[in-house]
Every structure is written in C-alpha cells, then in structure tokens.
Design a protein around this ligand. Structure first.
Ligand code: ZN
Length: 148
C-alpha cells in the first residue's frame, strides 16, 4: 500500500510541475471560472464542445499542487468524452473523495491517484475544483463557481 501511495504522490507531483493542457484554446465553445477561497485556488476551464463531445479541453490559473494536478489529469481524461460520460466520471470521482467507505477506484484509471485525499477533507475541494468548473462549463453556466 505504501508503494502505491508513493506512486500516486509521484503522479500528482509530476502533474503539478508539468500540468497537461495548461493553455488557452483558440476557439472554446464553453468557458467557466472557479475558485476555492479556503485554499486560494483559482482556475478557468475552456472546452471545445462539438456535437456533445469534448474535442479539446484546457485550463489556466493558479493554485496548490492538488488543484493543479487534478485539473491536469482531468483535462487529459475528458478529451474525447461526451458530456454525459464526463458527468458520470465526475460522480465517481466525487464519490471516491467523499464517501464514508472507500469506493472501487478501478473504473477511474489514473484519477485514482487522488483516492488518498479523502483522508484530508479540507483538500477535497482542491481536488474537485476543476471538476466543478468543467461541469459548469459543460452546463453553459455563466456565473463563476465557488466551492464555498
Ligand atoms: Zn488547494
């Protein structure tokens, strides 16, 4: 278990140092901004949604290692998915972080690296900020998202 934990930490640190899809899109069809005032994480998510499919997705902003790594892994995971698939991944991810009992993380693939965050309730918002923001973008929500 400790080896797995170590591996998970390495993945999170790597995505924090070199976030994937940390850029602006040339023609985003959906955008949303989100913030987590408790930690000071702020980010924006841009999505090129075509025929209900996430053709491209990117993020920008600043925040702690967990919020950046989560946004990075999320954008890598959601490309090519439909909005409905994105929603079901979000639900699984959220459940992994908030359920009283550890849930089955097999279906989450790389996103399982955040499983340990559930032991630190104050960091759950860091890990889910990008997801709440992407969800708002997909829903066409204009108001900024706040975790508070
Ligand atoms: Zn944070």
């Amino acid at each position: 278990m400790s080896e797995l934990r170590e591996l998970y930490q390495q993945v999170i640190l790597d995505h924090n140092r070199k976030p994937r899809n940390f850029r602006k899109l040339t023609r985003p069809t959906r955008v949303a901004a989100g913030e987590n005032p408790l930690c000071g994480d702020r980010l924006s998510v841009e999505i090129d949604l075509e025929d209900g499919v996430v053709r491209d997705i990117a993020f920008q902003g600043s925040g702690c290692a967990i919020s950046r790594a989560s946004a990075s892994l999320m954008t890598a995971d959601l490309r090519g998915k439909t909005a409905a698939e994105a929603e079901s991944i979000f639900e699984r991810f959220h459940q992994m972080l908030t359920a009283a009992e550890p849930s089955d993380t097999d279906a989450l693939g790389k996103l399982a690296v955040f499983a340990g965050v559930r032991e630190f309730p104050s960091r759950v918002k860091c890990a889910t900020l990008a997801w709440h923001t992407a969800r708002a973008a997909l829903a066409g929500q204009a108001e900024p998202v706040s975790t508070e």
